[in-house]
Design a protein around this ligand. Structure first.
Ligand SMILES: Nc1ncnc2c1ncn2[C@@H]1O[C@H](COP(=O)(O)OP(=O)(O)OP(=O)(O)O)[C@@H](O)[C@H]1O
Ligand SMILES: [Mg+2]
Length: 326
């Protein structure tokens, strides 16, 4: 069974200027299975936070359904299965970190020694042990983010919903959160998180859903990333005369130069051998031949640009077939 199932969500907000209604989510569907990390990627204003607020029950959709382990999010027992980190966390500033986490644990039905032990362990996990007696009002943005993660997991939820969990974190903090999320995944937890930091997303996700203007425009699985890159090879050569670049353009996805090095991406295996021969024949030295995988960032940019241009182009662009060999 899916742990998270979002079906055909629609949501409009009143537009304060025109007094009309603006549809922000348009028939949006998502799902995440047990132990899966699903990334939620999209440009500013695409509808990520709105979707997340609907999933955790903070706002209601105009139509559509959210199911958590098959139940409605309006059920209090279901809400206890969720850990939530909001986009701009604001926590009671007069509480110390310890007091805050005890408060959050109690709100989720925890108590006594078990809650204390759990609180200490979560504070350690997010690297705030030195600061546990400090008031939250003295915390930096990154420290608040870490405290936010600790409160999201204090009650050991099965489903974590995180809105921009890496925001405000330094590289060490990002690594810590990444490792922590992977540990939770290993324990069978399901994680759904939005982020603009594509490298973090790539390192963590089993799949990513790309949203644009309230619609999912693409679902990318790691396996799919692999297939999309299959067959593409990048050749790096030194000393290939710049004036000859026109001769290889037609066999390559891209030809770029930096100093006396030429980087050629070829998307047909059959061209690779003859291109290398051609480069050698023209005095170039081959520095590197490697398979290419498109990054999530390339797919993201390509999908968002495709929608912006009004066409749904694929990310595996074809180069024209040519009859002659180089
Ligand atoms: N309460 C609201 N009233 C009116 N419009 C809203 C409201 N909340 C969100 N919106 C609009 O909905 C759209 C989506 O906003 P949302 O916050 O979901 O985007 P997002 O994808 O999370 O963006 P970001 O990456 O900047 O966080 C935006 O156009 C925003 O102005
Ligand atoms: Mg947002």
């Amino acid at each position: 069974m899916d742990i998270l199932n979002v079906e055909n969500i629609r949501k409009s907000f009143r537009n304060n200027i025109s007094f009309g209604k603006e549809e922000v989510l348009r028939d949006l569907s998502l799902f995440a299975g047990e132990g899966e990390i699903l990334g939620f990627l999209g440009p500013n204003g695409a509808g990520k936070t709105t979707t997340i607020k609907i999933i955790v029950g903070l706002i209601r959709p105009d139509s559509g359904k959210v199911r958590i382990l098959g139940n409605s999010v309006s059920d209090r027992r279901t809400r206890r299965l969720i850990g939530f980190l909001p986009e701009n966390p604001f926590f009671y500033p007069h509480l110390t970190l310890e007091e805050f986490l005890i408060f959050c644990g109690k709100m989720s039905g925890m108590k006594g020694k078990m809650l204390k032990v759990r609180m200490e362990s979560m504070i350690d996990k997010v690297g705030l042990a030195r600061h546990k007696k400090k008031r939250l009002s003295t915390f930096s943005k990154g420290m608040i983010q870490r405290a936010g993660l600790a409160q999201a997991v204090i009650h050991d939820p099965d489903l974590l919903i995180l809105d921009e969990p890496f925001s405000g974190l330094d590289p060490l903090g990002r690594k810590m959160v990444r490792d922590f999320l992977l540990e939770l995944k290993d324990r069978g937890k399901t994680i759904f998180f939005s982020s603009h930091i594509l490298s973090d997303m790539e390192a963590l996700c089993d799949r990513a859903s790309i949203i644009r203007e309230g619609v999912i425009v693409k679902n990318v699985g790691l396996d799919e990333l692999f297939i999309m890159g299959e067959g593409k090879v990048e050749i790096t050569a030194r000393g290939y005369p710049e004036c000859m670049a026109g001769e290889i353009n037609q066999y390559a996805d891209s030809v770029q130069r930096s100093g006396d090095e030429t980087f050629i991406v070829v998307n047909r295996q059959e061209y690779v051998r003859s291109l290398i021969q051609h480069l050698l024949n023209n005095g170039a030295e081959i520095l590197r031949v490697a398979g290419v995988q498109p990054s999530l960032e390339e797919i993201f940019v390509s999908e968002v640009a495709a929608v912006e241009n009004g066409n749904q182009k694929t990310t595996t662009g074809e180069i024209p077939r040519v009859e002659t060999s180089v």
